[in-house]
Design a protein around this ligand. Structure first.
Ligand SMILES: [Fe+2]
Length: 123
């Protein structure tokens, strides 16, 4: 959440090392995830249609920011990118064990009419 009491809080008198930049990007990702959580909570907590629409739009822009930052993190730290990929592979193997596959929600709902749970469909 905002911490405006000290206007110099975010300033540093030197450039970051690459390791510090990687840590900063991780912190930035955490900030985006927190923003998504808060905007979504506000969407769920109001019945004002225009507020829901605006806040949901902002929430979804924050999700795009997560994607940008994750991509940046993968570029800055290829070793970490390998670990992300390893985790994705593990989940895909679990899906195969369950007889499920991943599809985008838009793709499954728009083209197949299949019921989905978080973008998962039965094969
Ligand atoms: Fe953002």
């Amino acid at each position: 959440m905002p911490a405006f009491a000290n206007p110099f809080q975010g300033n540093v008198d030197r450039k970051m090392t690459k390791e510090e930049l990687i840590q900063a990007v991780r912190l930035d990702i955490a900030g985006e995830l927190e923003a998504i959580y808060v905007y979504d909570a506000h969407v769920q907590a109001t019945s004002e249609e225009i507020a829901k629409k605006v806040l949901a739009d902002i929430r979804d822009e924050e999700k795009s920011h997560v994607g940008e930052l994750m991509t940046l993190l993968r570029i800055l730290d290829p070793k970490e990118a390998e670990l992300f990929f390893a985790g994705e592979t593990e989940v895909k193997e679990m899906l195969e064990d369950l007889g499920l596959s991943t599809n985008s929600v838009e793709q499954t709902s728009a083209t197949s009419g299949l019921e989905t749970v978080g973008g998962l469909t039965n094969q």
